[in-house]
Each structure stands twice: as C-alpha cells, then as structure tokens.
Design a protein around this ligand. Structure first.
Ligand SMILES: *[C@@H]1O[C@H](CO)[C@@H](O)[C@H](O)[C@H]1NC(C)=O
Length: 439
C-alpha cells in the first residue's frame, strides 16, 4: 500500500503539471485508441496484491491498457483499490487504472457525498499508474444520472463532485443512463460511455445505431463504446431478482468488434464489460475472488479462452490493422443446454430466453486454407475455409460432445475435443452461461 503522504505529494505535483506539460507517452494515449476492462472491486474481498498482480499482468499481456475500477459503497473496497494501484506499479507493465464510481451503490445526495468522490480522485490523481486520457486522469461512472449531491441540476451535481472550483482537472466519461439528446446540456461530460452499447437491447443482432446516436449528440466530445461477450444473470426473487439474458447469439463477441473497427474513427476508447462480473456472466478474466452468489452458473464456465480471441481485435482496434495469424486455431462457445428444455430450477427460465438458438458459435483462425469440421453427435458440418478469420456455427440438436477438426492436405492440424464441452438436453438448471474453449 502506498502511504498517504506519498500520494499527496504526487497530487500536489500533479495539480500544477497536468495543465501545462503533457509527458509524451500520455499525449500519445489519445491517439492510441485505448482498450480497458470494467473490473468489479466488489468481487475482490479476499484479494491480496498478488491477486491484482496476476490479473494485471494477464490483462496487459492481452493488450488491455487498464481497468475501470467499479467502486461501490463497502468501506473495505478502499483498501482493495489501494492494492490495485500498488500492484499496477509493481507489475512494470505500464498498466493503468481509473475509478468508475458505481452510483447504484455509492450515496450521492449530499455535498459530503461529492466530497467523498473528490477525495478518492485526489488520492490517485498523480499516481504513476493512473489512467490518463488527453493528458488528464480519467474518471468514469456506472449510472449517476439521478445524483444531485445537494445541487439543482445533474450538470452542477457532477461538476461539484468531479470538477469542483479550484480542484484538479479530470477527464470525465460517465455512463449516465439518459437520453443522448440531453448531452448538450451536460458540459461537465468530456465524453460519454455507452454501457448498454455492449449488447443488443432487444431481439435483434448487435448494430451500431445506439453508438451513432451517442456520437452525434456528443458534439465532438469523446465516445467510449462498450463491448461484451455475453450476458446472463440468474438471481431469484429472494435475492437480487435479476433473471434475464441479453441477446449474445450471432457471434456477439466478434461482431461487436467488427462494428467497432468499421467505425473506428468515431470510437475514442473501448471498455470491455467485464473482467470479473461473474453475476452477469460477462467476465473474461479468471474466476477468482468472491463471487456474488453466482457459483451455480459460473463454476466450470471458464471464459479465459476468449482472451486470445479478444487480443486479436484489441490489437486491430489500437493499431488500425489486424495482426498476422501465426497458428491455426479454433475458438468455440455455446450454451450447454437447450434454451427451451425444462429444468428443476426454482429461479425459472431467464427473460429473453427466446432470443437465443441452440447453436455452437465459433471462429477459426487459419494460416492457409483448410477443411474444418465441427461436430457434436448427429450434427456434423465440414466446410472449406479460407486463410484468415472465419466465423463458423453448428446447430446443437442432441446430447453430444463438441469437437472441431482442421485438416490440410490430408494432415490433421487441429483436433480439438474440449473437456467438459458437452451439450445436454436434460439441463440441471436454467444455466445460460457460455462454455468457452480454444484449441
Ligand atoms: C439496431 O439497434 C436498435 C437499438 O439500438 C434497434 O432499435 C434496431 O431495430 C436495430 N436495427 C436492426 C436492423 O436490427
């Protein structure tokens, strides 16, 4: 943990420097199209600095620039944030962190509540691993559109919390759930993060229209887009009462990146939702820390095989061109049970269950053309696939084990039979989480 006095010194130095001299590396960040991942500090109660270090090194190795630390009201979270910054510094990766205040948890009625956020900002303002954008420490939120901090308007409210008179300048990119038409009346925002842009909000494939609405209402301010591989949450009425999916079919994890790349000029930053939100099944990092009572749909559903798939698109987003494909590889993911099958599960079928079909989704990376066979029991599909990246799919119709084979000039170059990737027509529960594998 970093002593407070050390942080204060940094904060004081930072306050005078931030406006005038931009270190070249920070100035470049604005050009570099950063990609960050949302991180639920609330799931890190048992974390030590070493857990943070592991996650930071892993994320950095996949091209992720930083974590947006989702911070809630539990007092213990402050110590985890301090550990996270300490770990980022000792990782020697250049990995950055910023605060993303969770305003569905933190209080925001009074000026004191604004003061609490301000003191958080000051604590890490000039930390060497503070994420900066356009030279300024970035501050984000989850929600916050109903906060007033004792002020009359939303704009004044947030100005008092993140940009108080005489305070230190920050780059404010909140994810307010408001009509984008109101952005012109919110000069406190230096840009906006569109949380819900990560998934289709109805029964249609992902498209860029919500993003376009954000961009066109921002008047030149920065747009941070969301991307997310999945969404399934399954809490009964007796707990959080959240039981639904967003539509993740049609290779959402890939097609969202394709859209972000197609509109790369309009997207300043991308935030991946999420690194570790187990409760909503959109984690991409290891299953670690303290789950929010999501074990029944998370345990055994490792999502890390997606990391290398993401890395390919992250690099493309950051550099403007796809990295070369150096080895033949297959990525596969699917739900393990038919969406319409009955299960002995008192929580019930998740809302939106009719949005998803019983399909194995996949992406094949090939160094040269090859024959690709996907199979699961009676469902078998062989196709000639070109070099490069190709989306593939296979209907799942009976209890079966998933397999993928890549054959080139009579030689099997990939034979992928992922352990545990068994589709079953007799679900033990209404678990719509993704089983993910990579060869
Ligand atoms: C695109 O997404 C919007 C919501 O963001 C939706 O209303 C619209 O129907 C979608 N378009 C298509 C063609 O699916």
């Amino acid at each position: 943990m970093i002593p407070t006095s050390f942080l204060l010194l940094f904060a004081l130095l930072g306050s005078s420097k931030a406006l005038t001299i931009l270190p070249p590396v920070e100035a470049e960040t604005a050009q570099q199209k950063p990609v960050v991942a949302h991180f639920m500090v609330g799931n890190t109660y048992p974390y030590t600095v070493n857990n943070w270090l592991y996650d930071i090194k892993l994320a950095a190795s996949k091209g992720i620039d930083g974590f947006a630390l989702n911070l809630g009201r539990d007092t213990w979270q402050a110590a985890r944030v301090a550990d996270a910054y300490a770990a980022a510094m000792s990782s020697n990766t250049g990995f950055k962190l910023f605060l993303s205040f969770d305003m569905t948890s933190l209080p925001c009625a009074s000026p004191d509540d604004a003061g609490a956020l301000q003191s958080y900002i000051r604590s890490y303002y000039a930390h060497p691993n503070q994420f900066r954008y356009a030279g300024l420490p970035l501050v984000s939120t989850f929600a916050g559109e109903n906060c007033r901090f004792g002020r009359g308007s939303l704009d004044d409210a947030w100005a008092s919390a993140v940009k108080p008179a005489g305070g230190m300048p920050v780059y404010f990119l909140p994810s307010f759930f408001v009509d984008p038409a109101s952005f012109s009346g919110l000069p406190v925002m230096d840009g906006a993060f569109s949380w819900n842009s990560g998934w289709p909000m109805g029964n249609y494939a992902a498209n860029f229209s919500m993003d376009t609405t954000y961009v066109s209402n921002l008047g030149g301010r920065s747009y941070m887009a969301a991307m997310s591989p999945w969404f399934f949450t399954h809490y009964g009425r007796d707990t959080y009462n959240k039981n639904w999916i967003f539509r993740f079919d049609d290779w959402l994890v890939v097609e969202r990146w394709e859209q972000l790349l197609q509109h790369r000029d309009q997207v300043a930053l991308v935030e991946i939702i999420t690194w570790n939100d187990y409760g909503e099944s959109h984690y991409i990092g290891p299953i670690d820390g303290a789950q929010p009572n999501s074990q029944s749909w998370v345990n055994g559903f490792e999502h890390q095989p997606w990391l290398d798939l993401l890395q390919y698109y992250i690099q493309a987003f950051k550099t403007g061109s796809f990295p070369p494909i150096s080895r033949d590889r297959v990525f596969l993911w699917a739900r393990l049970y038919p969406a319409g099958a009955d299960a002995p599960d008192p929580v019930g079928r998740p809302d939106g269950w009719t949005y998803t079909q019983d399909i194995l989704w996949g992406t094949v990376f090939l160094t040269a053309p090859a024959d690709v066979t996907l199979s699961c029991g009676p469902s078998v599909k062989t196709m000639r696939v070109a070099a490069g990246v190709t989306k593939v799919m296979l209907p799942l119709v009976a209890t079966c084990d998933v397999q993928a084979k890549v054959v080139r000039t009579n030689k099997v170059v990939v034979d992928h039979k992922p352990q545990g990737f068994r589709f079953r027509t007799d679900p033990p529960s209404y678990n719509f989480n993704a089983f993910v594998s990579a060869s």
